[in-house]
Design a protein around this ligand. Structure first.
Ligand code: FAD
Length: 326
């Protein structure tokens, strides 16, 4: 019997997040011939305008739930909207990005649906016939593969997809088949009164292709400036170790690691970071790791593909100057 897979797309600042396209690709990897990939957009007025882009990345239909209550994420309202879509689409599997919203909504929805749920999926394989998901364990020290059982119990499975791991398909110009779904407007037990955004760089840290990160070795808030310049030239984002955050050099929103953000960029440049296991948990899956540290014995060099033993205040400006020439 043919199945449907539903991607819960996510937008920020009027733009779809890259992980939504990656989740569409992950859904395609789950599908057999005859299965259908669909997406949903949940948000305030105008969210439906992004439906064509989801179609371009493989969504055969886009369910749109638009309502003022949905302009800002709140688990009860988003669950009510998603439940309405699930009732309409009857998906066999639901995929979300492993973002702040996805991490909150996926287990909420799983509990409500009585569904199995897997977080932080990095790969999908159905070469053996059934769908097998890969995800990291123990702060990245191990990986596990898992499959859902319980076929026939009616509940869909739910997964969140780690950003920057499953390459999205190439887009093709396509008009979406839009299905408008009425928001059931439940009475909410809490409402979001105001969202105060912290100043953030132009590039989203979680989805950045290049991350330049600073540790306690940057010595001050001003010490981050050369790193910001390098990230600016490379079109990347700036991250930090907890050491740098704890020292007050930068905001905790920049923290990478076990208790911070997990990033998997193509290039991670660690500057003045020793390489504690808790930091590695957030960046060791990066494709290429470059470490700059004045201590040749620093543990970061054990995971680095390229290491530069030297003072970051000399090395980073040199790199910036060279990249500027390209
Ligand atoms: P340090 O370990 O002090 O290293 C600074 C490095 O800078 C040194 O290697 C030094 O040689 C180098 N250096 C100094 N000056 C220069 C220079 N001029 N040029 C080049 N190199 C220089 N940490 C995280 O990062 N993320 C987490 O999410 C996280 N979660 C944690 C959770 C728990 C439960 C615990 C207990 C700890 C956690 N930590 C986390 C903290 C972690 O254990 C380390 O303390 C922290 O990562 C160290 O930060 P650092 O590498 O910047 O500082």
């Amino acid at each position: 019997m043919s199945k449907r897979f539903l991607v819960v797309a996510e937008a920020r600042g009027g733009k779809l997040r890259q992980v939504s396209f990656e989740a569409l690709r992950a859904a395609a990897l789950c599908a057999e011939d005859g299965d259908t990939i669909e997406a949903c957009l949940i948000g305030g007025a105008g969210i439906g305008a992004m439906a064509d882009e989801l179609a371009a990345y493989g969504a055969a239909a886009v369910y749109v739930v638009e309502h003022d209550d949905l302009a800002v994420y709140q688990p009860e309202s988003y669950w009510a909207a998603l439940a309405a879509v699930v009732a309409e689409a009857s998906p066999a599997g639901i995929l979300l990005g492993h973002t702040a919203i996805g991490r909150d909504l996926a287990p909420y929805a799983a509990a409500k649906l009585g569904a199995g749920q897997l977080s932080d999926v990095t790969a999908v394989d159905r070469s053996g016939g059934s769908v097998v998901f890969t995800r990291p364990l123990y702060a990245g020290k191990a990986v596990e593969t898992k499959a859902f059982t319980g076929a026939g119990d009616g509940a869909p499975w739910i997964v969140t997809v780690r950003p920057n791991n499953i390459a999205s398909a190439a887009p093709v110009a396509k008009q979406a088949t839009v299905v408008s779904v009425a928001y059931p407007a439940p009475s909410l037990r809490s409402v979001v009164r105001e969202v105060v955004r912290k100043a953030a760089g132009a590039v989203d840290l979680a989805e950045a292709k290049i991350v330049v990160s600073g540790g306690r070795g940057v010595r001050s808030a001003e010490g981050f400036q050369p790193l910001e310049e390098l990230a600016g030239v490379l079109g990347g984002a700036v991250g930090a170790s907890r050491g740098a955050c704890d020292a007050g050099y930068c905001d905790y929103a920049m923290q990478i690691g076990q208790t911070g953000k997990v990033v998997t960029p193509e290039i991670y440049i660690a500057c003045g970071i020793s390489g504690a296991i808790q930091h590695l948990a957030g960046m060791s899956s990066s494709r290429v790791i470059i470490a700059i540290n004045k201590d040749a014995e620093a543990p970061i060099f054990k995971v680095a593909d390229y290491g530069i033993v030297g003072d970051l205040f000399e090395v980073v400006p040199l790199l910036t100057a060279e990249f500027k020439k390209l």
